[in-house]
Design a protein around this ligand. Structure first.
Ligand SMILES: Cc1cc2nc3c(=O)[nH]c(=O)nc-3n(C[C@H](O)[C@H](O)[C@H](O)COP(=O)(O)OP(=O)(O)OC[C@H]3O[C@@H](n4cnc5c(N)ncnc54)[C@H](O)[C@@H]3O)c2cc1C
Length: 515
């Protein structure tokens, strides 16, 4: 690189002012100067008359590190984004349990599984008669118990973004975008409120975008954050979209809001309640709940979906104010092509069941941070970058499908069809075959480019009643007995530690509101 390259400015233009656009701007603005010895000028172009999707209110624990990397203070974020703590997801009615008429549930907690001297006692747990074993999440984690008891994952003395238990947030998507926008503008990000009306292509990449003011904006790197419109990368006819709607059937959502009466209404976990052709999310923020029905339009129509939502919230359907959203399920083959990277809904979307939309934005940003300096130095990075993002998407698609295809619900065609082997990805089927005789192992996954690993799979598999199969373990029975005894002891110690180091959620947010 010659001296003029080193001194020249790198222009990054982000089109789109939703969560993807502003989170990317905040992250790159704060982080790129540490990995690039050139000045970085970031511009966000946002159309005033194209609304953001306005949902995306549950996150997973990686968000803490990402917000910290944006140079954000946790308490400021919590206050400004109406945010609360999330410690996992409770799945209700996802299976048909003849022993329980309605309301069967299991918990997918964040955080590690409780181990015994580094060893997994799942196999020993599976050997116990079903009526003698506690629910998997209650045996191998304390988080369901702690969050259901209304405790926060941390105490007042904990460092920002840290706590006794792993956690993420529930947040107001509109407030998050506004909060990040204000932060970015204060830090020097240029903001243009205009619509991109034309994309001037230059081979694989983009030379410039033209705005409705006629202004022509060029850049070294363009980031497409235009949501499902994918305004920049759709101009590239060679960028194939991998449609996954034959695997993940839901393609629509209808969403509403309910005011909380007090902080006592704030649950520290997302509730996901299965319906006839999808499921309902229930997310508690400090002063309201966001509730939405995600469904498959192949199986029920919008009126039926609204009726199920109305029944869930206990309101007459005519009185319910709702917003309808369409979802395109799948992802673009080339998330990075030429000088253009797609991030957020423009790059793809895999339905919100495990709250991975914002996670994928984060992962794209962390990867870009590594690859932008190499790209600017002339290296070929797009193949590598795209493989990483494909790994993320495929891992998430498998994990989401797991929730559906494990279900023994046969009451509607939606649930029956979800178990059709032709709709199950081969990678998931291969794992399920292996896990008939063995417990999921860390060796089944690549943690660096895959969000969901053995621990997550175990909470869902055994929460859904998967029995593993295979022969009972050989070896001395007293080994299994002592493993289970050790497990109970470790869990009990962990529980005492967590109870000592955490405070009730209500107390945490009352204190926060006084700041
Ligand atoms: C029903 C549903 C539920 C979801 N739930 C979750 C969840 O719980 N957790 C989670 O992590 N994710 C969730 N997601 C995903 C999450 O909402 C998105 O990943 C996130 O909001 C990012 O959206 P975005 O910024 O990519 O797009 P958008 O919010 O759609 O923003 C697009 C932006 O592009 C601008 N724009 C569009 N065209 C142009 C143009 N021509 N010129 C200039 N600007 C333009 C618009 O003005 C807007 O500012 C959910 C998504 C859906 C559909």
């Amino acid at each position: 690189m010659n001296e003029s390259d080193t001194n020249s400015e790198v222009a990054i233009v982000i089109v789109g002012g939703g969560t993807a656009g502003w989170l990317t701007a905040a992250f790159l603005q704060n982080q790129l100067p540490h990995t690039l010895n050139r000045r970085v000028a970031i511009t966000v172009i946002e159309a005033e008359d194209i609304p953001t999707v306005g949902v995306g209110e549950a996150t997973i624990p990686s968000i803490r590190q990402t917000l910290a990397a944006c140079g954000i203070e946790e308490h400021v974020f919590l206050k400004n984004c109406n945010a609360t703590f999330k410690q996992g997801i409770e799945f209700i009615n996802w299976r048909d349990d003849p022993k329980i008429a309605v309301g069967n549930s299991y918990f997918h907690p964040f955080g590690d599984q409780v181990m015994v001297a580094g060893k997994d006692a799942t196999w020993q747990w599976l050997q116990l008669p079903e009526d003698q074993r506690a629910a998997y999440a209650d045996q191998f984690s304390v988080q369901a118990e702690i969050s259901k008891a209304g405790r926060a994952p941390k105490g007042f003395a904990d460092k920002p973004f840290d706590g006794a238990l792993a956690y993420a947030y529930h947040l107001d998507a509109g407030m998050l975008a506004q909060f990040l926008k204000n932060l970015c503008k204060r830090r020097g990000v240029r903001h243009i409120v205009q619509k991109v009306v034309e994309v001037e292509r230059n081979g694989e990449g983009i030379a410039a975008v033209r705005l409705d003011s006629e202004e022509r904006v060029s850049a070294d790197i363009f980031v497409d954050c235009t949501g499902f419109a994918a305004r920049l990368i759709n101009s590239d006819k060679l960028n194939r979209f991998n449609n996954l709607s034959d695997v993940l059937f839901v393609d629509r959502a209808v969403a509403t809001r309910l005011q909380n009466e007090s902080l006592h209404d704030v649950l520290g976990y997302t509730k996901s309640t299965a319906q006839s052709a999808g499921w309902i999310w229930d997310i508690a923020l400090q002063d309201r709940r966001g509730i939405g029905h995600v469904y498959s339009s192949r199986y029920i129509d919008d009126d039926a979906a609204r009726a199920e939502l109305a029944a869930y919230v206990g309101q007459p359907v005519e009185a319910l104010e709702t917003r309808k959203l369409d979802m395109r399920i799948g992802y673009h083959d080339q998330q990075w092509r030429g000088n253009t990277v797609a991030i957020g809904l423009s790059s793809g979307f895999l339905e919100p069941l495990e709250s991975t939309g914002i996670y994928l934005i984060e992962m794209a940003n962390w990867a870009m941070l590594e690859f932008i300096p190499r790209y600017l130095a002339g290296a070929q990075v797009q193949g590598h970058y795209n493989r990483i993002l494909h790994n993320h998407y495929d891992n998430i698609a498998d994990f989401l499908k797991l929730h559906y295809c494990l279900s023994n619900r046969r009451d509607t065609a939606f649930w029956r069809d979800n178990c059709d082997p032709s709709t199950i990805p081969q990678s998931l089927q291969a794992n399920l075959d292996a896990w008939k005789a063995a417990v999921p192992s860390i060796y089944d996954f690549d943690r660096t480019t895959q969000c969901f690993s053995a621990t997550n799979y175990k909470f869902v598999l055994y929460g859904m009643g998967w029995n593993g199969g295979g022969d009972p373990i050989s070896g001395p029975a007293d080994y299994a007995t002592s493993m289970m005894a050790d497990l109970l002891q470790r869990r009990s110690k962990l529980r005492d530690f967590v109870l000592r180091d955490t405070v009730p959620t209500v107390a945490y947010f009352e204190a926060l509101q006084k700041l």
